[in-house]
Design a protein around this ligand. Structure first.
Ligand SMILES: O=C(O)[C@H](O)COP(=O)(O)O
Length: 228
């Protein structure tokens, strides 16, 4: 069976080079075009799905909608979960990445962005943008609400969703698409390909580009390629 991972198309905040995390921004015009193109590529490759998964953030949800529309699979059952959200970027959310590098140093910012286990600076629970203020997240155990996540913490909350929701669909022989985010997908890729904590630092995912995994019956990866 096939597992297709797709990072959302370019968002308005990708375009402005802002740390985004759980902030809910729309796709840019270019991002919509990328999502539609991804759908066309999936159609041309004759890939059909049995189930789709996405996050509760509109840049991923809308990317999935465009992909399904362009590949004529609008009818597909879709399941959304906060566990597929982008990593929470803590107090960095809304800041410009380049300006932050000038202020705190490029090395520090690289560490915040790509190290496996360094946490970004904390977002306080009293912040009006903290997820505890958002209806979508009220069902989450308050102790799990992040104040800033590194890739390790992101993997720890993505993995139960893989095990409980995505893997069971694949194990039934279903083809699955997951439309999510740069870092929630990097976490999944680290797990799927057994990539080390050091090597995952260099793994980057382009926006709006379907990544196809062909999986054996036990879900080991037998082949991997981008549709471009
Ligand atoms: O949340 C963000 O800012 C981006 O979607 C991913 O950012 P990164 O490339 O800094 O991890």
């Amino acid at each position: 069976m096939k597992l297709v991972l797709i990072r959302h198309g370019q968002s308005e905040w990708n375009k402005r080079n802002l740390f985004t995390g759980w902030h809910d921004v729309e796709l840019s015009e270019q991002g919509v075009a990328e999502a539609k193109q991804a759908g066309t590529l999936i159609k041309e490759a004759n890939i059909t799905f049995d189930h789709a998964f996405t996050s509760v953030l509109k840049r991923a949800v809308h990317t999935l909608n465009d992909v399904l529309a362009e590949s004529n699979q609008d009818w597909l059952p879709v399941t959304k979960s906060w566990r597929l959200n982008e990593r929470h970027y803590g107090a960095l959310q809304g800041l410009n990445k380049e300006e932050t590098a000038v202020k705190y140093g490029a090395d520090k910012v690289l560490q915040w962005r790509r190290s496996y286990d360094v946490l970004p600076p904390l977002m306080l629970q009293t912040d009006p943008n903290h997820p505890s203020q958002d209806r979508r997240y009220q069902a989450i155990d308050q102790r799990m609400l992040p104040s800033g996540e590194n890739l390790k913490v992101t993997l720890e909350r993505v993995l139960p969703y893989w095990t409980d929701a995505i893997a069971p669909a694949l194990l039934q022989g279903e083809n699955v698409i997951v439309a999510a985010h740069g870092n929630s997908l990097r976490a999944l890729i680290k797990y799927l390909e057994n990539i080390s904590d050091d090597d995952i630092m260099a793994v980057e995912l382009p926006t709006g580009t379907p990544l196809v995994y062909e999986l054996a019956a036990d879900l080991t990866v037998t082949n991997k390629y981008y549709l471009t």
